[in-house]
Design a protein around this ligand. Structure first.
Ligand SMILES: C[S@@+](CC[C@H](N)C(=O)[O-])C[C@H]1O[C@@H](n2cnc3c(N)ncnc32)[C@H](O)[C@@H]1O
Length: 223
């Protein structure tokens, strides 16, 4: 359950999300069992919407875990589309590959083990959709590495920007942005605020906050 809205809104959001893929349900059960921080189905549904609205054919993800978020996007890509998954944990990436194979989407996925910030250097883009979901304090680095590779009209989505367990709440972010509160060096709050200021001030992107899941910044490339 997200802390960003009421139980009723949470329930309505859940009810509008399609629950017709047993692989997704299996992945969600794994997240519940292991306490793994996937984006969750509401954000998954939003990502798929972004993929459909942008007519996405090329997608890059920073931090894929065992493939839950990428799996949400895969059906929207069409058979000629491609999503690049990146993950430092090779066992997680192997699980992603297995889930994609069982779901019938492996032919539209590339599985890259290693640091996403190094992997991105080997790709030219253009990307229609980018998900940033690795380490908060390196979100800005991810954006810097990918921004020139985002197609006009393409979207960059960053996850976990309003709430991050005990590390950061919306109140902390608000206090920083409006009240000038400080953020500890290397903290989640510092990473998120640096990212927010970077994308907000980028003249080639328009950014909005989307309060689903743990909160998103969605930045569309306008020129
Ligand atoms: C919050 S989880 C993301 C899960 C996935 N996006 C999902 O929603 O199912 C973050 C993942 O990023 C991985 N990660 C952290 N730093 C990374 C990096 N520099 N490059 C690639 N993966 C990284 C972690 O191992 C972890 O599996």
């Amino acid at each position: 359950m997200s802390i960003l809205h009421t139980d009723a809104v949470d329930h309505i959001l859940s009810s509008t999300v399609p629950h017709d893929d047993p692989i997704l349900e299996e992945m969600e059960a794994q997240a519940d069992r292991d306490g793994f921080p996937t984006i969750g189905h509401e954000v998954g549904s939003f990502l798929r919407l972004c993929a459909r609205l942008t007519g996405a054919r090329s997608v890059f993800e920073f931090g894929s875990g065992y493939g839950y978020s990428a799996y949400w996007v895969a059906p929207a890509l069409g058979a000629d589309g491609q999503i690049v998954l990146t993950e430092v944990d090779e066992a997680e990436l192997e699980q992603a590959r297995e889930y994609f194979e069982r779901g019938g989407y492996a032919d539209r996925a590339v599985f890259e083990a290693g640091d996403a910030l190094e992997v991105i250097e080997r790709y030219d883009g253009p990307f229609d959709l980018v998900l940033i979901d690795h380490e908060n304090h390196r979100y800005v680095d991810g954006f810097e590495a990918v921004r020139e590779k985002v197609a006009p009209g393409g979207v960059v989505v960053a996850d976990n920007v309003l709430n991050s367990g005990t590390e950061m709440t919306p109140r902390d972010l608000d206090a920083f942005l409006t009240g000038g509160a400080s953020a500890d060096a290397g903290s989640t709050l510092e990473g998120v605020t640096e990212y927010y200021e970077r994308v907000r001030d980028d003249p080639e992107f328009e950014t909005t906050v989307v309060p689903v899941g743990e909160g998103l910044f969605a930045s569309v490339r306008t020129s």
